[in-house]
Ligand binder design. Structure first.
Ligand code: ATP
Ligand code: MG
Length: 384
């Protein structure tokens, strides 16, 4: 058993106890980075993990062995992880979840020719229909999650999510799909295709969605393809609505926990608090909150940096340089204290509803396996 498994903090316990960990938070707070670090932490614990990541920055994608536009699962072997300094007990799987392109790809697969596919996607109707199908991309992401959780053979799946504007879509996706596929107008729209028979008269009413769309449509054939696509889309996923309900049940179940990430600014804090309360309204468990990129993870750190700076300054002969060092140290200490106060206030706002964890701002962008491993070991440390 790896040494880390013996001294598990709350995050380590979570990785051991849950099958799904969903990482949510405002844009740019470190969701993708920390999802990858959680994967590395799981590998250290000997838990077979899959990280489903959204749109990783290029350097991070390279470090994880991911290629653009590729949804295949990549495996980081124990050897690769160990070469990067990570004391891994199992390999780590990583895959890209490209929610933006999933739908377009499905159109390309369905359309009878590449030209038709382009015509569908270029059409105003497609734009309108995609808005009507808002959340469908997220829905597909949820489908992928469901598949890997039920068939993938993983101990734990870590799901990175888009920035929180879309994270809410993510949450709403299964319900929206249920509503959409249950809605009368959608069934009416698809009826001629799914039945393969005659066209329902309601479709041709001047006010119908179809006719409004058709007015702006350049090619009737492409339009026909589009409706056919939606019909096949709804039929391909048999038990579509049931499956959406299964996904919701999975997210509410004891096997799933959500982790909120924020930085030390009001915007990401407020978005995080909003997300957490929405999740709780949905009876989903918010297990923890990571305050990322703190100037000082340890409250004593601010004072330390001032003391260190004073020691350095004592060795510097020029008075002006000594003053500059002292000023810089004072500013750093102030920032650290401000961050600490912010984190304390945030913990008060969270009010013990979940545990919190502060992570320091790393001087190097955590975009290689070694840096991810450093974050992983901090994540695994028992909370002070
Ligand atoms: N603890 C940290 N120390 C230093 N830099 C960090 C830390 N965590 C994340 N970063 C950096 O912050 C930037 C944003 O991180 P990341 O892409 O993981 O955020 P995100 O929440 O996934 O963003 P988005 O909402 O756009 O998907 C990246 O450059 C990343 O390297
Ligand atoms: Mg991201």
């Amino acid at each position: 058993m790896p040494a880390d498994a013996a001294r598990t903090g709350r995050l380590g316990q979570l990785l051991q106890a849950r099958q799904i960990i969903v990482v949510v938070g405002a844009g740019g707070v470190g969701k993708t980075t920390l999802s990858a670090a959680l994967g590395v932490a799981a590998a250290r614990q000997g838990r077979r993990a899959l990280v489903l990541t959204v749109d990783p920055a290029r350097r991070l994608a390279n470090a994880l062995g991911l290629r653009a536009l590729d949804e295949d699962v990549q495996t980081l072997s124990i050897e690769q992880l160990r070469n990067a300094g990570c004391d891994a007990a199992t390999p780590l799987d990583v895959a890209m979840l490209d929610v933006k392109r999933t739908f377009d790809r499905a159109v390309r697969r369905y359309a009878s020719s590449a030209e038709r596919a382009e015509a569908i996607m270029a059409s105003p109707f497609y734009q309108t229909a995609s808005t009507a199908l808002a959340g469908s991309q997220e829905y597909m992401a949820m489908m992928r999650l469901y598949e890997v959780v039920t068939d993938g053979g993983y101990d734990v799946v870590i799901l990175d999510t888009p920035p929180s504007a879309h994270a809410l879509d993510f949450l709403d996706a299964p319900r929206r799909m249920i509503e959409l596929f249950d809605s009368r107008s959608f069934r009416l729209l698809l009826r001629p295709f799914s039945a393969g028979g005659h066209v329902a008269s309601g479709l041709f009413a001047p006010s119908s969605l179809m006719m409004r769309g058709l007015g702006r449509f350049t090619s009737v054939e492409a339009f026909h393809d589009l409706l056919g696509f939606f019909a096949s889309f709804s039929e391909t996923f048999d038990g579509f609505v049931d499956r959406a309900r299964d996904v919701m049940a999975l997210l509410r179940g004891a096997e799933t926990s959500f982790l909120v990430i924020s930085a030390t600014d009001e915007t990401s804090r407020d978005e995080g608090l909003f997300l957490a309360s929405r999740l709780r309204d949905e009876q989903m468990e918010v297990a923890g909150w990571i305050v990322n990129r703190c100037s000082a993870a340890d409250p004593a750190c601010g004072a330390d940096s001032a003391a260190i700076a004073a020691t350095i300054a004592a060795d510097v002969p020029e008075q002006s340089a000594r003053t500059a060092i002292a000023t810089a140290a004072a500013t750093m200490a102030q920032l650290a204290l401000a961050d600490r106060d912010f984190a304390t206030a945030l913990e008060t706002a969270i009010g013990g509803r979940c545990w919190t964890r502060r992570l320091p701002r790393r001087s190097d962008e955590p975009a290689d396996l070694g840096e991810l491993d450093a974050l992983a070991s901090m994540l695994l440390e028992p909370t002070p």
